[in-house]
Every structure is written in C-alpha cells, then in structure tokens.
Design a binder for this molecule. Structure first.
Ligand code: ZN
Length: 67
C-alpha cells in the first residue's frame, strides 16, 4: 500500500473571515506573495480594513527602476 502525502488544498490567495457569528472572529489573509497573516478578535476587524486584496504590502513598491 502506498500512502498519499498530505497536500494542502483549497487555500487560495485572499481573505477568509470566519467566526464573526460566534463572537470570536478569525481572519486569515493569504497574500499572493505567499505571506500568511492571521488576526483574531478585535484585530480581525483591523486586518479586514487594512488588507486590500491584490495589493501586496510585503515587498517594496515597484516602479523605482525609472529615474
Ligand atoms: Zn504580500
């Protein structure tokens, strides 16, 4: 018998918010650059408003090549 290696599937870049109905919100943000951030509780709201899907804050701004 052969064992299948564990694979992580179903995770796509973007925001995933859950738990808002339970009073303990959890927001997962997977940036398209691969950085993953998680915020819980009141910080979840802060992350929600801070994140702009499609805009990566983890790298320096591009476009400085031209002078
Ligand atoms: Zn990023």
């Amino acid at each position: 018998m052969s064992e299948q290696p564990a694979r992580i599937e179903g995770i796509q870049p973007g925001l995933q918010a859950r738990g808002f109905n339970s009073g303990r919100p959890v927001v997962d943000w997977l940036c398209h650059c691969g950085v993953h951030e998680r915020a819980e509780g009141s910080k979840a709201y802060g992350l929600l408003v801070r994140v702009r899907v499609g805009v990566c804050p983890h790298r320096p701004a591009e476009g400085r090549a031209t002078a």
